[in-house]
Design a protein around this ligand. Structure first.
Ligand SMILES: CC(=O)SCCNC(=O)CCNC(=O)[C@H](O)C(C)(C)COP(=O)(O)OP(=O)(O)OC[C@H]1O[C@@H](n2cnc3c(N)ncnc32)[C@H](O)[C@@H]1OP(=O)(O)O
Ligand SMILES: O=C([O-])CC(=O)C(=O)O
Length: 436
């Protein structure tokens, strides 16, 4: 099912992404109303005619890549990097939004972005020692108090109407994430400092940085625009998106489904790795002092591996080369001389020179190359956002784009309750010995 679902999404992206930039001003919902019926028919026909057909492997190079997206998708006014809104539009509809559509979506999200008071109170009541990701998951789950989907379900809507109410919730959740995530930041690291009001003329990430207290830092804002758009989606099988799909398949509302996803993202083998990379790098810098040579980094890598730990930021469940998102973040640094002087950014670059060789020699991982987490935190650190336990929260603001898009499509296509079979080891042994 997962393979079928992600393949469908890839096909839909590849078919619709074109350079067309006519000045449409349709809303996101109107665009989806046009796109969904054709996809529903396509799925019906695929299932009826070809359900047993093997369609071959999908390679990374077959997928529309980060550089192409950077060329195609509208940026913020005056900015260069992709913004969350244009990425969300593309993920949801398979179409490249016009400038006007992007701005209109930014405004819609800004208008929905304020947190309800009950969530503010809930978050303010949490101990600052509770991990920021735990706080984010709690806040997102509590937002289901206002779920349109839940209300509509209780009123007895038809299955064909599920997706529109799901879309409403997903947009409201994406809109509210910056205020929620920034409140957690200010509570834990800025003694609950007051935030500015949401600016209705600003994009989602522009507001997020302003709410965190970094509005004046235009470089950090541009970096976060790129960061949040490229961390948004990674097929359907990654642990966070898959968790949202699994929980959503029970028809739990989008807030509950995404809250569960955040707790998958909070594991160190998944999204928490970006926190772990910084922790590991700072420990290395402390131990090596000013003596950062390639040989010393190699020794440190071996020390990590021999102590039974993983090298954070390296390896991947499906990628078998350097993560294109890692490369995109490196390219961001390469165009900015101030970043190239940073000790943590230099350490990422030097580690990249030796870690693949060490991991290959170690001989366990199927992929000795860096993933996105190897590079994402060092730039935040350089720009003064040094509280690395917070980094996965930023990932969590981003992953909503992909995970919630999948939820809308799962409802539009009427995908079933997910329930893999489970057998005991004895049954398995029995089946093997009977040659089943
Ligand atoms: C956004 C993201 O989620 S990207 C991933 C972020 N996570 C990390 O960076 C953590 C470090 N990386 C890892 O732990 C792994 O590479 C994962 C979790 C990402 C992928 O796991 P798998 O698909 O099981 O990888 P793979 O099949 O290559 O693993 C085979 C063996 O190599 C080991 N291995 C994989 N990556 C590493 C690594 N970076 N350092 C040391 N050992 C590793 C695995 O632990 C496993 O060991 P085992 O046989 O003793 O169980
Ligand atoms: O795809 C995966 O398994 C992990 C990953 O890179 C992501 O979720 O962004």
């Amino acid at each position: 099912m997962l393979f079928r679902r992600s393949t469908l999404r890839l096909a839909s992206l590849c078919t619709h992404v074109s350079t067309q930039r006519f000045a449409s001003t349709k809303t996101l919902k109107e665009t989806l109303q046009e796109v969904i019926p054709a996809k529903q028919e396509q799925l019906k026909s695929l299932k009826a005619k070809h359900s047993q057909k093997v369609i071959g492997d999908v390679k990374v190079e077959n997928i529309i890549g980060v550089p192409a997206l950077k060329r195609l998708l509208p940026a913020a006014p005056g900015g260069k990097e992709i913004i969350a809104e244009s990425m969300l539009w593309l993920l949801l509809t398979g179409k490249v939004p016009t400038e006007a559509e992007t701005r209109q979506l930014s405004r819609e999200l800004a208008e929905k972005g304020d947190l309800p008071t009950y969530v503010e109170k809930l978050i303010d009541g949490l101990s600052p020692s509770i991990h920021p990701m735990t706080q984010l998951g709690i806040g997102v789950a509590a937002l289901n108090h206002d779920s349109e989907f839940q209300k509509a379900y209780e009123s007895g809507i038809k299955k064909t109407e599920y997706w529109t109410h799901t879309l409403e919730d997903c947009l409201t959740l994406i809109a509210r994430l910056p205020a929620l995530a920034a409140r957690i930041y200010r509570n834990i690291y800025r003694q609950g400092a007051e935030a500015p009001a949401i600016d209705k003329d600003l994009d989602l990430v522009g507001n997020y940085t302003a709410l965190m207290g970094y509005g004046a830092n235009k470089d950090l804002t541009e970096y976060l625009r790129l960061y949040i758009s490229i961390h948004g989606d990674h097929e359907g099988g990654n642990a966070s998106a898959h968790t949202a799909h699994l929980v959503g398949s029970t028809l739990a509302d989008p807030y509950l489904a995404y809250s569960a996803a955040l707790f998958a993202l909070a594991g160190p083998l998944h999204g928490l790795a970006n926190q772990e990379v910084l922790r590991w790098q700072l420990a290395m810098l402390k131990e090596l002092g000013g003596n950062i040579t390639l040989d010393n980094i190699k020794d440190y890598l071996w020390k990590t591996l021999k102590s039974g730990q993983v090298v954070p930021g390296y390896g991947h469940g499906v990628l078998r080369k350097s993560d294109p998102r890692f490369i995109a973040l490196q390219e961001f640094c390469d165009t900015r001389p101030d970043l190239l002087k940073s000790a943590t950014i230099q350490l990422v670059k030097k580690t990249y020179q030796v870690a693949p060789g060490v991991l290959t020699e170690h001989g366990k991982t199927k992929n000795p190359w860096p993933n996105v987490d190897a590079a994402s935190g060092c730039v935040l650190y350089h720009y003064g956002l040094t509280e690395f336990k917070y980094y996965t929260v930023i990932f969590g603001v981003s992953r909503a784009l992909g995970a919630l898009t999948q939820l809308v499509w799962a409802r539009a296509l009427g995908l079933p309750l997910e329930r893999p079979k489970s057998v005991s080891m004895d049954t398995l042994q029995d089946m093997i010995s009977k040659g089943a």
